[in-house]
Design a binder for this molecule. Structure first.
Ligand SMILES: Nc1ncnc2c1ncn2[C@@H]1O[C@H](COP(=O)(O)OP(=O)(O)OP(=O)(O)O)[C@@H](O)[C@H]1O
Ligand SMILES: [Mg+2]
Length: 294
């Protein structure tokens, strides 16, 4: 299972072989392969290293064939995959679990917004037609069953304007987009992972309330000290999670915020308020922030 999920070529081949819809793709092992692949797939396209990429690392977008050589150099001339660039309207994920007896549970479709290739915000449930969410869940179930997974796994999707779902990738573990299940669902993805691998019955994935999650990147850390956590804590229905990383760096995931609400829209509004404080732009600016921090 890991052999498939850790190699983008094997991963896409596995999906296609099991009848799952994927963007057009081709293997690339040389500069010559890349030209052949570009002739086949066209532009725009995305060249990705076959292994060890995350948060968009090891990926280059190719808008014109003339950029091919530079792209091949940029990814370090390693085994790669060329994918057609998908003009998606939304990105979705389905976090799901399979137990030792083959039992299945899922957290529905989650909607994800990326910035600079890094997950920025997730909302649950996704604001998509019921039929689209159901189809995404079915595809996820096929992935877990075909890979004979025991544990939590996430499938990432692109949704296009005509409601076509294409599988992007598989993350064989609890996933960043599932962090909001801590506040929003009866059994969160981490407890579910433990239940699955220990051979316990899977817990209920009933959704208790809509939620929105925002990743906290090192970018929002001031040069000294911490963002205005006291002000964030003062907002009802927002929870702060910090991962205990000592050094804040640009683009590094340091923690996340989750807001819950009666509706997803309400959760998003509350989350935006918390985001302003975390970024140091809370209603009163620097002075109030200092007061709030005391
Ligand atoms: N073929 C594509 N067409 C359009 N956008 C794409 C494509 N592939 C990747 N992207 C964009 O880049 C993001 C990151 O890509 P992907 O999920 O493949 O890589 P990753 O670096 O492994 O990310 P992760 O942090 O999820 O492991 C996607 O969520 C999407 O926004
Ligand atoms: Mg991804």
């Amino acid at each position: 299972m890991l052999a498939i999920a850790q190699n983008r070529l094997r991963e896409k081949a596995f999906m296609a072989a099991n009848g799952l819809p994927v963007p057009p793709f081709a293997p690339v092992h040389s500069a010559a392969d890349l030209h052949t692949a570009l002739a086949q797939i066209g532009t725009p396209a995305v060249l990705k290293t076959a292994e060890s990429g995350y948060d968009g690392k090891g990926q280059v977008k190719i808008s014109h064939v003339a950029e091919a050589t530079a792209a091949w150099e940029a990814i370090g001339r390693q085994p790669a995959i060329l994918e057609g660039f998908v003009p998606f309207v939304k990105e979705l994920s389905v976090v799901a679990a399979r137990g030792q007896q083959g039992d299945f549970a899922h957290y529905g479709a989650i909607e994800n917004e990326h910035r600079d290739h890094i997950l920025y915000r997730s909302i649950s449930p996704a604001l998509v037609p019921y039929e689209v969410a159901e189809r995404a869940i079915q595809y996820a179930q096929i992935v877990l069953e075909c890979l004979d997974v025991v544990g939590v796994l996430c499938v990432e999707f692109f949704l296009t304007a005509d409601n076509t779902l294409l599988l992007n990738e598989i993350a064989p573990r609890p996933h960043n987009s599932g962090h909001l299940t801590i506040e929003s669902h009866q059994t969160n993805q981490f407890e579910q992972q433990v239940r699955a691998v220990c051979g316990l019955p899977l817990g209920s994935t009933a959704q208790l309330r809509p939620a929105a999650m925002l990743n906290l990147l090192g970018d929002v850390w001031p040069a000294h000290g911490q963002p205005a956590w006291a002000a964030v804590h003062a907002i009802p229905h927002v929870k702060l999670h910090l991962y205990g990383k000592h050094t804040a760096r640009k683009g590094r995931k340091m923690g996340h915020l989750t807001a819950v609400g009666e509706t997803v829209e309400e959760a998003v509004v509350v989350l935006s308020e918390a985001e302003k404080w975390a970024e140091g732009q809370g209603s009163g600016g620097a002075e109030e922030r200092l007061i709030a921090d005391r």
